[in-house]
Design a protein around this ligand. Structure first.
Ligand SMILES: NC(=O)c1ccc[n+]([C@@H]2O[C@H](COP(=O)([O-])OP(=O)(O)OC[C@H]3O[C@@H](n4cnc5c(N)ncnc54)[C@H](OP(=O)(O)O)[C@@H]3O)[C@@H](O)[C@H]2O)c1
Length: 274
């Protein structure tokens, strides 16, 4: 676990470098649309999830906003992340995209607004526009996704503020230790997308062996591995059983040796879709 990491618990929140706090587990919603999305978000909130990750590109912000409102949970308790799409990067278009997301979600303020993908020549202008959105109170925290350390250095050299979060693909098969060190050094919180390998590598022998030893599922082992690295995880799930299983990861701990075995999978090829 890195220095800034908090002890994992269902209500624990990671401290971001801008003073805000972010839950350690959230629901990923890529591929969830319409009533399926609405039901999954209602169920997730009911189970205890307090972070929902979406993006303009996922075409589900309206359903997510409605599910949060209908849940009756205080808006302050739910952490909503959305992202500006590549096509919307730039000054005017980022402002318009942010206002569109706010309207679809039916909220006054986005908790975390991310650049979804870097776009050469547009990163700095978009980032500075997002700083303006933060100053105006339309978003609370701003961050990036799929950025390399060079891309973040480019932002910083332009005099911009340090991103609060970098959301990247992380699971035992895809782990960039250099990026983790870079982010820890700048207090950029790492958020793991596709933490379950999109469901593709859960049956790998090493994962099954560890899961059997702890009497846990492969998904729980992968999510717990990420939590113990101090990451926020956003597994996507559409069934009640998966949603419950993925949230039930706070009452066991992987021993050092098993974390090392999972770390070693970083060199193993697994068929993760790209
Ligand atoms: N910033 C970016 O560029 C970016 C890119 C990709 C993803 N993301 C975000 O990260 C989220 C998660 O990543 P992801 O959707 O790529 O993949 P993921 O969370 O690694 O895997 C989702 C898959 O795992 C299955 N699953 C969920 N829980 C399971 C369990 N307990 N046992 C077995 N299978 C289980 C799901 O099936 P069911 O649906 O049937 O439950 C689904 O097929 C996305 O939804 C999105 O919010 C961001």
């Amino acid at each position: 676990m890195n220095d800034a990491a908090v002890k994992p618990s269902p209500d624990a929140r990671a401290a971001l470098n801008d003073g805000n706090r972010m839950p350690l587990i959230g629901l990923g919603t890529w591929g969830l649309e319409g009533e399926t999305c609405y039901r999954a978000v209602r169920e997730a909130l009911n189970i205890g999830y307090r972070l929902i990750d979406t993006a303009t590109m996922y075409h589900n912000e309206k359903e997510i906003g409605r599910a949060v409102r209908d849940s009756g949970i205080d808006r302050d308790e739910v952490f909503l992340t959305t992202k500006v799409a590549s096509a919307d990067m730039g000054y005017e278009s980022t402002i318009k995209a942010c206002k569109g997301s706010l309207a679809r979600l039916g909220i006054d303020q986005i908790d975390l607004y991310l650049i979804h993908w870097p776009s050469v020549g547009k990163n700095i202008e978009t980032w500075k526009t997002m700083e303006g959105l933060r100053s105006r109170g339309l978003v609370r925290s701003i961050g990036v996704s799929n950025f390399t350390s060079d891309m973040m250095d480019e932002l910083l050299l332009s005099g911009a503020s340090v991103p609060a979060v970098n959301q990247i693909e992380i699971n035992p098969f895809v782990y960039d230790a250099e990026m983790a060190r870079y982010c820890a050094g700048k207090r950029i919180h790492l958020e793991a997308y596709s933490p379950l390998t999109r469901g593709n590598c859960l049956q790998e022998r090493e994962i099954l062996q560890i899961a059997n030893a702890y009497e846990r599922s492969p998904a729980q082992v992968l999510l717990r591995w990420a939590l113990q690295k101090g990451l926020t995880v956003i597994p996507k799930a559409s069934t009640r059983d998966h949603l419950r299983e993925n949230f039930n990861i706070f009452d066991f701990e992987l021993y050092f040796g098993d974390v090392a075995k999972l770390d070693a999978l970083n060199t193993v090829t697994c068929m993760i879709d790209r």
